[in-house]
Design a protein around this ligand. Structure first.
Ligand SMILES: [Zn+2]
Length: 404
């Protein structure tokens, strides 16, 4: 199948060109001529970019006001909810995701997506996020006390099939009584978690709002910092020097601030207290050259699965140009979370693509409503029936999964 005459957009820039799709991958990209028996789809007037990669989502959460409802679910209920949220995520054009786990369910959802049993993005997952006893997210996480227990917790997640390790170095917004600015783990616990993760070839991600927690995690060699809400100059400098990736999750506070009437009193107060500083931290980190990967924290209060692309608009509004925002939520996110062959339009990558009606570097909002979403060269979702049908008729219809 040849997708012809599109505006191609990825980390290599914006150019006119064609994509040849075969066996689920981009076989060739550039100025191509059709083979005699090849089906051709004319995409002039459309742009093609890699499917989005969301570096921070929670399939276990669905935008509830509180996590209590989720805590009360059986594993079976939770798995069904996660399957639904995975489907919504893919339908919105997210073809790759790093999923922050709850209990041990997420790795099974990942495996069922991989095997084709349920629709969803290509996924890397952990099991239980590691937190201090009684700390942020303890309801669904693995509580630890002490460095030996921290190592044991990492080994448990690895044994269960985790692709990475997540830990909560500070308190959080959505756990009652937890202070987002406060450090929750000792340096020895943090060092043990990161070291044990790396020994097993797993990357380590930390939830971190306060600057001291960020510094503790960066000093221990963490790979990604999630949120980075209250960064000071020293924390930003450490992130830049150590080449740690920041996943700013601007959508999370944005959604709470936009739904203040419905939010819990505690969530509202905590978020309003730090929202401006979060935006300022992000802008200063960008200015300092910290690497950014796009992640939404989808599933947190009012932060609905399927609205992931809004993160692009927020990252653009607060510091990245449109192409930088796209790269942050495609190529950089894919590299950061360990999703191979994804996030670019290069030869050999998965044909996970968004077809949109305008050049997104001129109209970034076009990405929020893709005309067609392809995973592995097959149409799985999209709003532009004509384009979807044209691609499906040309051979991009091996799978109808993911939509409706
Ligand atoms: Zn999160």
């Amino acid at each position: 199948m040849l997708l012809r005459d599109a505006t191609l957009v990825d980390g290599a820039g914006v150019r006119r060109g064609d994509l040849r799709i075969a066996e689920g991958r981009i076989e060739d990209a550039g100025d191509l001529s059709a083979r005699c028996d090849e089906s051709v789809v004319d995409l002039s007037g459309h742009a093609v970019l890699p499917g989005l990669v969301d570096a921070h989502v929670h399939f276990s959460l669905s935008g509830e006001r509180t996590v209590e409802e989720v805590v009360g679910m059986s594993d079976a209920e939770l798995a069904l909810v996660e399957a639904r949220n995975a489907r919504k995520t893919l339908a919105a054009g997210v073809t790759g995701a790093r999923v922050m786990g709850a209990r041990d369910v997420d790795v099974h959802v990942r495996d069922r997506i991989d095997s084709g049993d349920i629709p969803g993005p290509r996924t890397v997952a952990n099991c239980r996020s590691i937190t201090a006893t009684g700390g942020h997210g303890h309801h669904l996480g693995r509580e630890i006390t002490g460095a030996d227990d921290a190592r044991r917790a990492v080994r448990e997640q690895a044994k269960q099939g985790a692709d990475f390790i997540k830990f909560m170095v500070t308190g959080g917004v959505t756990t009652p009584g937890s202070d987002p600015g406060a450090v929750a783990l000792t340096d020895a616990e943090v060092e043990a978690i990161v070291d044990e993760a790396h020994r097993r070839g797993l990357h380590a991600a930390t939830h971190a709002h306060g600057a001291e927690g960020v510094k503790s995690a960066v000093a221990a060699g963490v790979d990604t910092v999630e949120h980075g809400t209250l960064l000071d100059a020293e924390a930003i400098d450490m992130l830049a020097r150590a080449d740690v990736t920041l996943v700013p999750t601007l959508s999370a506070p944005h959604r709470i601030v936009r739904n203040v009437e419905a939010a819990t009193e505690e969530d509202r107060a905590k978020t309003e207290a730090v929202y401006d500083r979060h935006l300022d931290s992000f802008a200063r980190a960008v200015e300092a050259g910290v690497r950014v990967a796009g992640g939404t924290d989808a599933g947190t209060p009012f932060n609905m699965h399927g609205t992931n692309a809004t993160e692009l608009l927020l990252m653009h509004e607060h510091g990245l140009d449109p192409l930088e925002a796209i790269v942050a939520m495609t190529e950089t996110a894919a590299e950061t979370v360990g999703l191979a062959d994804q996030g670019t339009l290069e030869q050999g990558t998965h044909a996970d693509l968004l077809v949109v009606g305008a050049d997104p570097t001129e109209d970034l909002a076009a990405v929020t409503d893709p005309g067609a979403v392809l995973k592995g060269g097959a149409v799985v979702a999209g709003a532009d029936e004509r384009t979807k049908r044209a691609i499906a008729d040309a051979g991009g219809n091996e799978s109808a999964r993911g939509d409706e």
